[in-house]
Design a protein around this ligand. Sequence first.
Ligand SMILES: [Zn+2]
Length: 467
Amino acid sequence: MAKLTFLGAAGCVTGSKYLVEAAGKRLLLDCGIFQGSPELSDRNFEPLSIDPKTIDYVVLTHAHLDHTGWLPCLVKAGFKGPIFANPATIDLTAILLKDSAHIQEEDTLHAQKHGYSRHAEPRPLYVSEDVDPVLKLLQPVPRTGPFTVSPEFQFVAYDAGHILGSTSLVLTITEPSKKTVVIFSGDIGRYDQVILQDPVTPPTQADVLLCESTYGDREHEAGDPAAEIAAVVNRVSQRGGCIVIPSFAIGRTQTFMYYLRQLEDANKIPRLPVYVDSPMAISATDLYLKYSADHDSEFRQLKSADGGKGDPLNVHEFHLTRSVQESKAINQVKKPCIIVSASGMASGGRVLHHLEQRLPDARNAVLLAGFQAEGSRGRALQDGAKSIRLYGHAVAVNAEVVSMGQLSAHAGKSELLRWLGGLPSAPKQTYLTHGEPQAARALQGAISDQLHWKVDVAQYLHTVELA
Ligand SMILES: [Zn+2]
C-alpha cells in the first residue's frame, strides 16, 4: 500500500517536503526550508525522520526556497539520487540556492562578529560549497506534459502560474495490483496577472489531492496594483524618503519592475534609482525573458515591441549590487530610491541592514508584497509593531509600512476555490497543506460547504495511506 508522510508545510506555509513510499521505493516531492519564527527555523537543523540515503528520487514543483532550500542538507546527509525539475526551475534553483548559501555565510559571520545570535555558536545551515553537489543531481523534465521518474512513479506537469517554471504535478503510482493518482497542487498563482499565464487545473480524476492553503482565509485587496504602486512611489519620493522591499530578486520583484517600468514610461512616477541588493547579483530578469512558454499574451506583445528589443522588466535606473561594500554604500544614498533585498519575511539577509538604516525615519516606507509568516519580522511590521529587534537591539519603526496583497504570487481564497472547482470530479481524499492553521481550517470549511468533498488539514509528520 502506497503511503504519504507530511515532512513539512503542514501547520505552516514553509518547509514543503512530502514523502511518497510505494513498491519499495521512496520519492520526495519538494525539499524546502522552514522559514518564519525562530522555532520553525530551528527545524532546519534537525535530521529528517528517515535516512536521506534511503530516498530514491526527488521531484520539484518550483524553485522557491520553501520548496528547494533544504536540498543541500539532504545531499550532505547522503541523498545521491536524481532531482527532477523543468529547465526554468533548474536555472532558478541554482541561483536561489547559491544566493541562500551566501546569505547564510554573511549572516553567520555578522552574528559571530557582533555576538547577538540566539545560539552560542552561530553556524550556517549550509555554505556555497554545499550547493554544487545538488546542482549536479538536477535532471531536466518537460515544462508541461508527462514524464517518467521510474516504473512506479509517472508524472504529468501543468503550469501553476505562480513563478517562472512553477507546476502542479499529477503523480500516478503503479504498484503490482493497482494504480493510485495523487495531485500535488504546488503553489497556485493568480488569474489575470501580468507576465505569467493563468494557473491550470489538471483535468484529472484523483484519488488523493494535496492543495496549498496559504491564503485559504483571505482574499487579496482589490484594485489596480499600478495605481497603488504609483501612489506609494509618489508619496514617498515627495517627502524625500526611500522604499525598502524585502524580497528575493526573483518572482514578485519582476512583477514590481514591470509596473514600475510602465509607470515610468507613462510619466506617472519619477524615475528613481532601483537597487537590487543580492550577493549573486543575479539578473533573474534575463531568465524571465528567456522562458517564453511561461509568458501571457500581454507580456509577449510588450516583449516584441521595438523589433523584439522590448524589455518590459527593466526600469530606467537599475543597479545590481553584489559585494558587501556595494551593499553598504547604499546607506549613503540620501535621495529617494527603491531598495529590493532578501529575505522576503525579513528573517535574515541583507534587507536587515537596510531596515536598520531606514525604519527609524518616517519619510521612508517598507513595502511588503509576499506572505509574512507567523513569528517573522515581516509579520510584526505588517501587524503594526512600533519597534522590531535587529542584530540584538530594538529598532524604532517610524517608516510607513505598506502591505500590497495585489502583488501576491499566491491565489487568494476564491482563486483557490476556482482552481479546485476545475477538477472533473471530487478526489476521494483531499489534504490541505502549506497554510497556517487558521487559513487551512477556513479553506477546509469552504471546500466542505461549497464542494462537499472529504477534506482534512495535513498534520506535521503524519503518515497517511494513499488508498
Ligand atoms: Zn512558491
